[in-house]
Design a protein around this ligand. Structure first.
Ligand SMILES: CC(=O)SCCNC(=O)CCNC(=O)[C@H](O)C(C)(C)COP(=O)(O)OP(=O)(O)OC[C@H]1O[C@@H](n2cnc3c(N)ncnc32)[C@H](O)[C@@H]1OP(=O)(O)O
Length: 447
């Protein structure tokens, strides 16, 4: 079977940053370590006044197309995943295609365009759609452009305000990919939940604590479903496990739960038995409450063991590198985690071809998806080509007053937008220039 997967990837960060321990924590009267140690975040990427989901997505896509030497005719499909759309009818992919057509000779007239919605898991779903389109033989030799893009902002004062972010990831899905091959084994955990939603509003309604529980429950179901098709997960089979990362502290919880599940009835559990005992089994307890308390005690001990720490430090911690610096990017967050893992492999000069990643995506509302990917020959040059370090280093560091000014314009309030000056000077990029006659948003390319 011809390999299908991610051929190339580009990341575009918002050009501003909010320093969480330095700028945000003092204003909230919080200990800075709540952010750096508790949530695991140092900075949030933030969009400048001329940036939004279209500009970030188009800028990521343009860099990808230029680097890979692609013309519009090479692309048969453009799918955008976002939770931050500003239109209920016209998909963001049409705006992004319109931007790209300003700078390329050809056009995307014969490309199928769409928009995927299921909170943060939509980015992975769009990758799946592209994969299925190619597998079905409907691509006519062309590749798919998948763009996950979000301005992940919360209402001022919401606890989620600490986990904001803004950025886009563009991925080229193609046959014989350079970066990773996707496997057909997938597991899902999906239920109707009311934990995080945006009913006709740009900033979300969130039950933060509940959303964390829902994340863990759906992940467990997805893991069980994955094992039902792919067989029991062996810890040593996976080099890294990138998770959807709203904030690294969430992944810390999910990884511990996943580890407990995976080692049950294995030699890893046996090896730990002398130190912390065996995992509680439900049938040994009179009621669910006592069982759950025993599980919590076991997990508290498990996370301190050298065996667990070693696995976590090798397979999970390296996936969090970029997230700590950029915050939650919703639909692209798990794709940023994958890049962090591959960057770690590069830094450590790992011989990495044919290694496997276990990728765990999640979207509120709620659905988790878990699948495996295999690293391909071209991974090293793809990861070396990223310029994300330069982007992060050149972000404009917002003061508290500037943050307060700029935050609300990304709720797409037209009156506010005219009043606020940009913080950075655009160069060689797509920018938002204002609203049109039919309330459409307008864009230009600035040389
Ligand atoms: C959108 C999605 O992807 S859904 C899945 C995840 N959900 C979200 O991201 C929803 C948006 N986020 C939120 O609503 C909020 O940020 C929340 C609910 C996650 C956390 O908000 P708060 O209630 O303000 O934070 P909380 O008091 O729980 O502190 C966060 C962590 O920092 C720890 N902490 C607090 N102070 C400190 C400190 N001084 N030093 C070290 N750690 C600290 C807390 O113990 C907690 O860690 P724990 O959960 O392991 O105990």
């Amino acid at each position: 079977m011809t390999a299908v997967g991610i051929d190339a990837i580009e990341i575009r960060s918002g050009k501003l940053k909010l320093d969480l321990p330095g700028t945000f924590a003092p204003q909230k009267g919080d200990d800075p370590e709540k952010y750096t140690k508790g949530l695991g975040l140092t900075n949030s990427s933030f969009p400048d006044v001329y940036e939004d989901i279209v500009t970030m997505g188009a800028n990521a896509a343009k860099r990808l197309m230029d680097r890979k030497g692609l013309e519009p005719d090479d692309i048969g499909r453009i799918d955008v995943a976002t939770e931050s759309a500003f239109d209920h009818s016209k998909p963001v992919s049409t705006y992004i295609a319109g931007c790209l057509e300003k700078v390329y000779d050809g056009d995307f007239v014969h490309a199928n365009k769409g928009e995927r919605k299921f909170a943060c898991v939509a980015g992975t779903q769009a990758v799946d759609d592209a994969y299925n389109w190619i597998r079905a033989g409907r691509n006519r030799g062309r590749a798919a452009l998948v763009i996950a893009t979000d301005t992940a902002l919360y209402a001022r004062g919401d606890p989620g305000e600490a986990t904001q972010g803004a950025g886009a990831v563009a991925m080229l899905i193609a046959e014989e990919p350079s970066l990773v091959e996707l496997s057909t084994d997938q597991g899902y955990g999906s239920k109707d939940e009311t934990d995080f939603l945006k009913p006709n509003q740009q900033f979300p309604s969130v039950d933060g604590k509940r959303s964390m529980q829902v994340y863990l429950s759906r992940m467990r179901e997805a893991l069980e479903d994955y094992e039902s098709v792919a067989g029991k997960i062996e810890l040593d089979d996976f080099a890294y496990a990138p998770f959807h990362t709203p904030f690294p502290g969430m992944v810390r919880k999910a990884a511990l739960l996943a580890y407990r599940h995976v080692i049950r009835d294995t030699e890893y559990e046996d090896d730990l038995a002398d130190e912390i005992g065996r995992q509680p089994r439900e049938d040994a307890y009179d009621d669910r409450e006592a069982y759950e308390e025993a599980i919590r005690d076991y997990m508290d001990e498990l996370k301190t063991t050298e065996q667990y720490r070693t696995w976590y430090d090798d397979a999970v911690e390296p996936t969090l590198g970029l997230s700590r610096e950029v915050g939650n990017w919703y639909t692209s967050s798990v794709h940023v985690a994958r890049v962090s893992a591959l960057r770690d492999a590069l830094e450590r000069d790992r011989d990495f071809v044919d290694e496997t990643l276990l990728v765990a995506s999640y979207g509120s509302g709620a659905q988790a998806e878990i699948h495996a990917e295999t690293v391909r020959e071209g991974w090293r040059s793809e990861i070396e080509a990223l310029d994300i370090d330069d982007q992060l280093a050149s972000r404009y560091d917002l003061s508290w007053e500037e943050y307060e000014d700029v935050h609300d314009i990304h709720e797409y309030d037209k009156d506010l937008e005219r009043e606020i000056e940009e913080f950075t000077a655009p160069e060689g990029e797509f920018v938002f220039t204002g609203w049109g006659r039919m309330n459409e948003r307008k864009y230009e390319y600035v040389e």
